[in-house]
Ligand binder design. Sequence first.
Ligand SMILES: NC(=O)c1ccc[n+]([C@@H]2O[C@H](COP(=O)([O-])OP(=O)(O)OC[C@H]3O[C@@H](n4cnc5c(N)ncnc54)[C@H](OP(=O)(O)O)[C@@H]3O)[C@@H](O)[C@H]2O)c1
Ligand SMILES: *[C@@H]1O[C@H](CO)[C@@H](O)[C@H](O)[C@H]1NC(C)=O
Ligand SMILES: *[C@@H]1O[C@H](CO)[C@@H](O)[C@H](O)[C@H]1NC(C)=O
Length: 335
Amino acid sequence: MTVEILIFGAGAVGAFYGSRLANAPDTQVSVVCRSNYKAVKANGFTVKSPQYGDYTWSPTRTFASPEDARKSKTKWDYIVVSTKALPDVSDDSQQLEGLVGDGTGIVLIQNGLGVEGPYNRRFPKATVLSAVTVISAAQPEHGLIQHNRWTRINVGPYLPEQGVEDEKAMACNKKFVELLNAGGVKDASAYSHAKLQLVRWHKIAINAAFNPSSVLSGGSSNATMALDSEAQLHIKGVMDEVLTTGPKVLNTQFPKEFATSEAILRSTQKNTSGSRPSMWADWESGKRMELEVILGNPIRIAREKGFEMPRLQSLYALLKLAQENRDKGNERSKL
Ligand SMILES: NC(=O)c1ccc[n+]([C@@H]2O[C@H](COP(=O)([O-])OP(=O)(O)OC[C@H]3O[C@@H](n4cnc5c(N)ncnc54)[C@H](OP(=O)(O)O)[C@@H]3O)[C@@H](O)[C@H]2O)c1
Ligand SMILES: *[C@@H]1O[C@H](CO)[C@@H](O)[C@H](O)[C@H]1NC(C)=O
Ligand SMILES: *[C@@H]1O[C@H](CO)[C@@H](O)[C@H](O)[C@H]1NC(C)=O
């Protein structure tokens, strides 16, 4: 039986992994596009990768909207959601109404915490898979996917009820990782719910420290923040706050192999190539930043369990207002 996969949000991450999944045997991968629809419909995607070479990929079906996808009446085995996670702008789970069946696995390849809740609540019979990827990719022009490096992706079933072992969800998870492996993504791994949530917390320790700080400091590079004597105390302070709170919230320790804040700082100090978090690029180009899932949700999730993260809270409060002021300024300048 052919596996039918739909990519919702065919940008850098979605189109890259879609193009890999399309190489798995008996697999058809379709996409829902938005601003890149015309380019992709006409020419497919061009992927440039130091690891996989340069190639073009034409999705099985290219849809202009979720409505368009609903009309195809396809039974989707997997729907990969790889939009930017912006719950303050839109509830993307709503867009999947009429596309999700009981047997569909909804795979969220997005940064941040708390991205699964809206999908899990809206589609209680479907399986939600939570994925964290370490990759560097971009879409510099419509339909052109530049893969720079890394393809690590960890996927775990989202089973928030303590102690639940769900055979169907675990099988759905394992199958998705096998498809990635078959598509040439060797470092895709299947994790448990608990371990995947630890990975999410660990990743936001890094993102919550470096990304907002780059924006609030006017565009510092990763290495600058890790080397500056005051900034490094701040960066380490934020990482430690998240790394000590996460295990308390989850009631589990980080596995030994997860990098400590010192190790992260040291490796960032070594790379003086000038690279900056992508949140800086979003800020500069006037786009909304993933503030809610990287800062707001972790703060709220911890607070619900009685833990405060004051460094994170300050970053969140200031950056949220900075974004509002920027957007108001942009509105004014249009008058
Ligand atoms: N890029 C990386 O290297 C990287 C690394 C690790 C994690 N991540 C995470 O992966 C996620 C995706 O990031 P990305 O870099 O791939 O972002 P991206 O390039 O901006 O891709 C998101 C895509 O989703 C589309 N989209 C958004 N809402 C849509 C809707 N309602 N209907 C149809 N399409 C819609 C966007 O279309 P428009 O062009 O019209 O906006 C865009 O093509 C984020 O959570 C990010 O933090 C990214
Ligand atoms: C440092 O970052 C640059 C650009 O972001 C990248 O090309 C390079 O591979 C990185 N080096 C290491 C040692 O990670
Ligand atoms: C630094 O910059 C890159 C952009 O190349 C980003 O994706 C990366 O995760 C950043 N953070 C750290 C701590 O290296």
